[in-house]
Design a protein around this ligand. Sequence first.
Ligand code: TNX
Length: 542
Amino acid sequence: MKKAILIAMLAMPMGVFAQKSDPNMGIIPAPVSVTKGKGEFKFTPETIVLVDSPNHKAVKFFADYMRKMGLATAMTDMQTVDKKKMSLKNTVILNMTFTDDIRPEGYELRITEDGVEIKGHGAGMFYGIQTLMQMIKPGSQGYATIPCAAIRDFPRFGYRGMHLDVSRHFFDVDFIKKYIDLMAMYKLNNFHWHLSDDQGWRVEIKKYPKLTEVGSKRAQTRVGRESGPTATGVFDNMPHGGFYTQEQVNEIVSYASARYINVVPEIDMPAHTLAMLAAYPELSCDPAKTYKVGEKWGSYDDFLCPTEETFKVLYDVLNEVMDMFPSKYIHIGGDECNKVAWKRSQFCRDLIAEQKLMNEEGLQSYFIAKLAKYVHSQGREIIGWDEILEGGLAPGAVVMSWRGDKGGIAASQLGHDVIMTPGSGGMYFDHAQSKSAMEPLSIGGFAPLEKTYNYNPVPEVLNKEQQKHVLGVQANLWTEYIATPGKAEYMLLPRMMAMSEVNWTPVQIRDYRNFAEQRLPHHLAMIDKAGYNYRVPVAIGA
Ligand code: TNX
């Protein structure tokens, strides 16, 4: 049934989707302002592409894309042409040295029958190119058409994030690049890479080789649900592992940077650290115990002990992480610490008394504050999950609000920046997309496309000043029940497109029907052609 709909859809000519009645001309995320023109620009082998900054990375990206599409041969440096002699007909101009006032990351795109011009600096130029790419209708070799329009555009939020958990299941470098490609298409600019957790440590740290030698491998994985009527308690008997070398990390960081995407690394602490303890038990509160990399999901009672020795190791690890990742933000986790190991530990009880902390919550806050202080001393800022509010926020900490909006609200009222990523707001892409029995196994929770689309990231209770602390929105893809690239893409798409619109498009323009009925089919066809898996929304509301 689903397949039949998809085939029928893909069989339709692309033009059908960019109908006249669609005010957004098929573009996702919908631009700030679109004025449709008459007619179209015809791209031919004679079309000249004029650029004022030939070495700029956005230009290089465009050149690559055009080559792949079999269009335009070369980018011509504007300085080298005599403008007086040249007719401006049949040209595409990428203009980065203009004086008009364009918002950060914004662009202007004009398409007439005579030519195309994009104005924008850096990221803005890149996003103008992304929009243009969505509008190009390929013809035969060397030919294409683009409908006439004038578009002015800029994002609603500066932090537009997509997360991926590579600890519960490892995904290789090729997949990470494919993931980043999608983010670029939808104008997302922060890739949150969840590199460590109980079930696997995934990044090479030269000073502590056992983190990957031991911590990146688990002997088996428990399959099926953890609890409830379908819980199995059965293990698959299959070793699972993998990690990224520092070289591979550098490759990913520069691949992302060429697409104006910053990579935010996460080293989750103090809990979710069983893989670390398996490698270095001396970092735990009970070093005599032996620890195994986690083989089942959920939380564990063992995690890092806040000794000076532990902090020394963590600072070393963070040093290597900061060398690999130029990101202003370093994510230190902070979630789901049940404090059990600390309650059992005499050392922790003494530390609580010595530091005059209230209790274990105070200890969590002490722990995060020390990490924050260190990261700040290196000129970076920390992000933590909303549990870092408990026992007091570290100065300058940015909060990721995942347990609803309340953490985000509290943090912005305290004057801290926040990133909204609530499970209850449709931002957990490990949740099921429909209630159909056909959906693959997922962690539980329900996040249909429309819910993601309609999420409001700026709660009304915040006043104007507090609202400014909402840096943007992120969706998370936790991979307990996602073991393959195909399933990851299925869970990601098309919800990521809806999330991109929450991040980019002014609220007044957001319109779910227009998104789902008039624009989405064109995008599903595009990603299908690019080789991605995705869920086909059967009908509106499905
Ligand atoms: C909660 S979100 C977690 C993750 C799980 C996720 C599953 C967060 C900070 N912690 O460890 O993978 O739920 O949805």
